[in-house]
Write a protein that binds this ligand. Structure first.
Ligand SMILES: [Zn+2]
Length: 223
């Protein structure tokens, strides 16, 4: 059951900063729609832009995070966008960690959505993607997990994230990284911590996207 008071409170904070965004309730869900106007400066390049967005707040928020569409369809398919038009804001785990720095609707907009829109506007203006973590897509998501696990092998990363998606953590079994150690003596603590951060289904979507990327299939490549 969604706690309306949390959403009302967080929407109030959001609208102080972005007054053109409106909260509405329809089809059993909360939506925040309107013009998101931002001025951002990452990597010393100032970008001022605005996007007509629709944010869907899931009924189990904040266990699941909101999703975003650009209602004016400015963002072309193929650029970190799912086939239903939802923007692919990055690895679910990376989003969760960014969100946890400022766990509110305002934080979600500022830590997860604006960096994405900045990247798109930057690409339109300069014809290239900015460097580093802003340049995501499935390849970036793979890199993200490589960094996290300190492992530079696609197949091993896939095995570890698959273990997260299946939530088959067993301290006595062998670590999915292939070290032949027991998981509790290897990546066990990290896997346990990751499983406490977000539901296993979120890891499943990362796993499926990375599997396609790692196997060299071009669909549904994002970036
Ligand atoms: Zn291991």
């Amino acid at each position: 059951m969604v706690d309306l008071s949390i959403i009302d409170k967080q929407y109030w904070e959001l609208v102080q900063r972005y007054p053109a965004l409106h909260l509405e309730y329809r089809d059993g869900k909360n939506f925040v729609t309107g013009n998101l106007s931002f001025s951002a400066n990452y990597q010393f390049q100032q970008i001022d832009d605005d996007y007509l967005i629709e944010m869907v707040i899931p009924n189990n928020y904040p266990d699941s995070l909101p999703t975003i569409k650009d209602k004016a369809n400015r963002i072309v398919g193929g650029f970190h966008k799912y086939t239903d038009g939802t923007l692919c804001l990055g690895a679910s785990l990376a989003l969760r960690l960014n969100y946890s720095k400022q766990p509110s609707l305002l934080g979600f907009i500022e830590k997860c959505v604006i960096p994405y829109l900045y990247t798109y506007s930057y690409n339109c203006k300069y014809g290239s993607l900015p460097y580093g973590e802003l340049a995501h897509g499935w390849e970036g998501i793979l890199d993200y997990y490589k960094d996290l696990f300190k492992i530079d092998d696609n197949q091993i990363i896939l095995r570890l994230v698959k273990a997260l998606a299946q939530n088959q953590y067993m301290a006595h079994s062998r670590c999915p990284c292939g070290s032949r150690k027991k998981v509790r003596d290897c990546h066990g603590n990290l896997l346990k911590k990751l499983l406490s951060l977000q539901p296993k289904d979120e890891y499943l979507s990362d796993y499926q996207g990375m599997l396609i990327e790692a196997n060299g299939n071009n669909y549904p490549r994002k970036g």
